[in-house]
Design a protein around this ligand. Structure first.
Ligand SMILES: NC(=O)c1ccc[n+]([C@@H]2O[C@H](COP(=O)([O-])OP(=O)(O)OC[C@H]3O[C@@H](n4cnc5c(N)ncnc54)[C@H](O)[C@@H]3O)[C@@H](O)[C@H]2O)c1
Length: 308
């Protein structure tokens, strides 16, 4: 396997996946409509196509390039926007993914790695969540992520398109968008660097499992390379951190307090989250390597460099 297509490769996680692939000697083509991604994020060694995955031109590009495999990250990636506009979410995340899978089927692209989310589990019934936890999505975004996992199963069973779905927890790191609705880390960081008071949705007691983007990107490439018995893996740190705790960690690094304000919790978000990444450790030979403190420091350096 030498040529890999990455949909959403101009986005936050996708651009890191492209870097990992290039470092491991793959030829890479990026497909992204730049609706949320940035062309400058894309490594210049990759070929770039500005294409919407819902556009029939997608098949033409994939047909011409002939990738052996595809990593599918292109999505409407905002949980909050999915509750405001569930139709648009479904159009991009479900119908767009079907367009990708149809192309894979017709062009005999052998394997798809899909970027799913731990949001598919809904409100946890136990922690840390493993892959056998019941699936009860509580947002249109989570419902769309789970729908695509079911389509992946159908395309594997009926058309032999192999797949692995990675249910990622909260990914953070360099290149994360700090505008509008963004990850907690990017929002706090932006606050510290611009001396702006951040807003915490909820009381800060809600918890998340934070995974550094380079670790998540590596998991996607390993999922592409490994022959595995399982098709679905949790990808996260296995460490439960409260949002207030995350803020305090960053306060310690910056040695000052911005005195955040608090607002209503976001509809569709769970109260607690921590995942068990044991299956990925066992079958993908992957483990979260970057501690929160190290990841935060690396992210801060990159945000500072970008600001100057
Ligand atoms: N960031 C996280 O914490 C997280 C956690 C779990 C899963 N995910 C999933 O990982 C993937 C990447 O997330 P991200 O945080 O990098 O988001 P992102 O918004 O930075 O990346 C998504 C990319 O897809 C592109 N895109 C959107 N619609 C498209 C379309 N119709 N055609 C072509 N390109 C399109 C965007 O321009 C963007 O570059 C998404 O599928 C997201 O649901 C993210």
């Amino acid at each position: 396997m030498s040529k890999v297509a990455v949909t959403g490769g101009a986005g936050f996680i996708g651009s890191h996946v492209v870097d990992v692939l290039l470092n491991r000697g793959y030829e890479v083509l990026v497909i992204d409509d730049l609706s949320n991604g940035i062309k400058e994020n894309v490594n210049q060694e990759a070929s770039f196509y500005e294409v919407n995955i819902c556009d029939p031109f997608l098949r033409e590009v994939l047909g011409k390039e002939g990738p052996d495999a595809l990593i599918h990250l292109a999505a409407q990636s905002s949980l909050r926007n999915s509750t405001k506009n569930p139709r648009f979410d479904a159009q991009t995340n479900i119908l767009g993914s079907i367009c990708v899978l149809e192309s894979c089927k017709d062009l005999c692209i052998g394997k798809v790695v899909y970027s799913s989310s731990v949001d598919v589990y809904g409100e946890p019934q136990y922690l840390p969540i493993d892959e056998n936890h019941p699936i009860r999505p509580i947002s249109p975004y989570a419902a769309s992520k789970y729908a695509v996992e079911n389509y992946l199963y159908c395309y594997k069973r009926n058309h032999g398109v192999d797949y692995v779905s990675l249910r990622c927890s909260n990914v953070y790191g360099p290149r994360q968008d700090s505008n509008g609705e963004a990850g907690f880390v990017a929002v706090f960081l932006d606050g510290f660097l611009r001396d702006r008071k951040p807003t915490i949705n909820g009381d800060g007691g809600q918890t998340r499992d934070f995974i550094f983007v380079e670790d998540a990107a590596k998991a996607m490439v390993l999922a592409l390379e490994k022959e595995t018995n399982s098709k679905i893996f949790n990808i996260g740190s296995g460490v439960e951190v409260s949002i207030g705790g995350l803020y305090n960690e960053m306060k310690k690094i910056f040695e000052r307090d911005l005195f955040p304000t608090y607002s209503d919790p976001i509809e569709g978000e769970v109260r607690r989250m921590s995942i068990n990444p044991g299956l990925a450790e066992k079958e993908l030979d992957w483990k979260p390597e970057t501690t929160l403190e190290v990841g935060l420091r690396k992210t801060i350096e990159c945000f500072k460099a970008k600001k100057n």
